[in-house]
Structure formats: structure tokens, C-alpha cells
Design a protein around this ligand. Structure first.
Ligand code: SF4
Length: 356
């Protein structure tokens, strides 16, 4: 059976205004100790029988800011995991990168670690919007970092974009898409800005609905025009470059999360989450205490709902018999026995999901 691993690196150089992810701001991260704790947790999971015969198809190192970790420790982590589980020969090994942490030397070393895919948190190429979002990098840094990655030989790069920023102008989105056209990444993730509770944006009035629809339509039209396949509500890939790790989540495949605040679902119906504080996480692992803080069990109905919900987000869609009754058929494309959301359907997907 295929198996998937997520690693959480919970450290960042500063906190972005919109961010609700679990991360600690630190310039001096305890990377040796944290990587050792990750490898120890992995070995304990293996001893407990997790993925006994599974072949690791994807490994995703996310955060936080994983590229705060030196390439030598990223290599130690990947090599260590390869010593604990068998990896598929074509395993996808991704890392999230903050443009501000990359330079020519870093990416050359990163290429030697076994990383096959880099997901870069560009968000926008507008310096005005970057500072409004509380990002510390500049558009020039994103462009330069992307070029460093290409020169180092990375041939599978994702660019993350955020749209629907309350002060965003149409011409700023156009410029973002112009840069995508020039840089030619293999993959683009375009997320609507979320105004999460507890963040600076929580009390800011969101972008109006008409603008969001306009932004979404522009992104979809332009990226499709560039040859991208729109394979999930927020994700676009060139042929052959869908993110296999995220596809595994959407297909409800088993995944193990390692590290502070990482979530695991290695058996259908049970999900657990590790403790969020990275320092407490390390202490627990060092003292052989389980880092798991929270376990959730799901009923058969809840599992069914989640499977439909995840599948409907993707170009896979759902079985036509599972289509919600009260939704206008025009919001679905029927492909054989599958019902897939149209662009208009994606724009009201939250309402459709609530009827599943
Ligand atoms: S770099 Fe990413 S994880 Fe870190 S604070 Fe910003 S959005 Fe959050």
C-alpha cells in the first residue's frame, strides 16, 4: 500500500499577518535537536507498526519555514527516514521554501539532499501587497530565488499565490499572472486570503464577493491559457506535475505527520495531532513520552462525508448518485459516472459542500 509522510518544521523568521499556522518566531532555531527528535519519533512510529510494509510515495516537508534548516540537516532528515522506511524509486520529496531564505549556495546544496520539488511561498509579486500581508521578502527576492532554483536544476517548482487581498487591484493580479507566465513554474497554488480568527486580518473587512469572483475567474482563465490543468479548487499543474502528496490527502490515502502540531491519519477513521509547542515536543520525544495531544475518531457517516468533500474539491469529482439534490445541475459537469464542479460551482463550493 502507498504511504505518505508529512514533516512539520514549526519555525519562522517573523509572523505574517494572515498566518494561522503553528509556528514559532525564531532566528536561531534548534535544528540539530529538532531533526534528531523527528527521526526518533519516526523510529518510534515504525516500531509501533506504522507503515510496516508500506512504500513511501511522497514526503512533504512543510511549516513554518523548512528552509531555515540547513541543507545538511535536511539531508540528515531525508536519509534518516529512508533508513526507517522504504521509499518508492519515484518518490516525490517536497519542501516549502520562503524566498527570503534561499540564495545560490543554499539551493545548490538543497539539490543534493534528495528534494525533488520545491514549493515557494511567493504570495504576490506586488511589494505593496507583500508588506500589507506582513511578508518580509520582496518581489525581486522571489524572482531571484526562483532563478537560483532553476539554475540548480530543480525542474518541479510550485509558486503559491494569495488573491482576494482587501486592497488588491486588478492590475496587481494581472502582474502576478504575468510573472507566472514569464517564470514558467510547473505548478501554481492560488489561495483566497482567509481572515482567520486570531490573526491581524480577523477584524479586516474581506474583499467583496464580486471582486473575488473576478480574481478567481481571471486566474483560472489565464492559467488554463498557459497550459495549466485546474485539478483542484486552488491548484493548477502542468501535465505530469500534479502534487502527488496533496493528491494523497484528497484521495484519503494514509499519511503520517511527524513534528510539533503535525496531524496523522494512518487508519481510516482515526486522526491524531501532536502537541503544538516545538520545545515541549522535543522534551517529550527525548523523554520517550508520546507527543500526541489529541485523537479524533470519526463515524462511518463522517468518513463518507469527508471522502466526498475531498474528492469534490478535485477534478475527480463525486459519483453522480452522491450529487446534492438541491444544487442546480449547471454547477456540475457530468463526466461518465462522475460529477465535477464547474468554475461557477467552485465559486460557491462552500455552500455545495455543506449539502453533501
Ligand atoms: S512564513 Fe508561512 S508559516 Fe511562517 S508566518 Fe508566514 S505564512 Fe506563516
Amino acid at each position: 500500500m502507498d504511504a505518505h509522510i508529512y514533516i512539520h518544521i514549526p519555525f519562522c523568521l517573523s509572523k505574517c499577518r494572515y498566518c494561522a499556522f503553528s509556528s514559532v518566531v525564531s532566528k536561531d532555531i534548534p535544528e540539530e535537536r529538532y531533526i534528531s527528535a523527528l527521526l526518533k519519533e519516526a523510529a518510534l512510529c515504525r516500531e509501533r507498526g506504522i507503515f510496516p510494509s508500506g512504500l513511501i510515495e511522497t514526503l512533504y516537508i512543510g511549516g513554518g519555514t523548512p528552509t531555515l534548516v540547513t541543507p545538511s540537516n535536511i539531508k540528515r532528515l531525508i536519509d534518516g527516514l529512508r533508513g526507517i522506511w522504504s521509499f518508492s524509486e519515484s518518490a516525490e520529496v517536497s519542501v516549502e521554501a520562503n524566498p527570503v531564505t534561499l540564495d545560490a549556495n543554499y539551493v545548490i546544496e538543497l539539490k543534493k539532499t534528495g528534494i525533488t520539488r520545491v514549493s515557494m511561498g511567493v504570495q504576490t509579486f506586488s511589494s505593496r501587497l507583500l508588506s500589507y500581508l506582513g511578508r518580509i521578502h520582496t518581489p525581486e527576492r522571489s524572482i531571484q530565488s526562483f532563478r537560483y532554483l532553476r539554475e540548480a536544476g530543480f525542474d518541479n517548482i510550485n509558486i503559491d499565490l494569495i488573491f482576494g487581498i482587501p486592497i488588491e487591484k486588478q492590475e496587481e493580479l494581472d502582474a502576478d499572472l504575468d510573472w507566472i507566465e514569464m517564470l514558467e513554474p510547473e505548478h501554481v497554488s492560488a489561495y483566497l486570503l482567509e481572515h482567520e480568527p486570531g490573526t491581524w486580518f480577523a477584524d479586516v473587512t474581506p474583499c467583496d464577493e464580486d471582486s473575488v469572483i473576478g480574481f478567481f475567474s481571471k486566474i483560472e482563465d489565464r492559467l488554463r491559457g498557459m497550459g495549466f490543468i485546474h485539478y483542484e479548487i486552488s491548484n493548477y499543474a502542468r501535465p505530469g506535475f500534479k502534487c502527488r502528496h496533496n493528491l494523497a490527502y484528497w484521495k484519503y490515502r494514509p499519511y503520517l505527520g511527524l513534528g510539533a502540531s503535525a496531524v496523522s491519519c494512518v487508519r481510516e477513521g482515526t486522526r491524531w495531532r501532536n502537541i503544538k509547542d516545538p520545545y515541549e515536543y522535543m522534551v517529550r520525544i527525548e523523554k520517550n513520552i508520546s507527543p500526541v495531544e489529541y485523537v479524533d475518531n470519526f463515524s462511518a457517516d463522517e468518513i463518507l462525508f469527508e471522502k466526498r468533500f475531498l474528492s469534490l474539491r478535485t477534478a475527480q469529482g463525486i459519483d453522480i448518485h452522491d450529487m446534492p439534490k438541491n444544487v442546480p445541475p449547471s454547477l456540475f459537469n457530468i463526466k461518465g459516472s462522475r460529477a465535477v464542479l464547474t468554475k461557477e460551482g467552485m465559486l460557491v463550493s462552500d455552500e455545495i459542500f455543506s449539502m453533501l
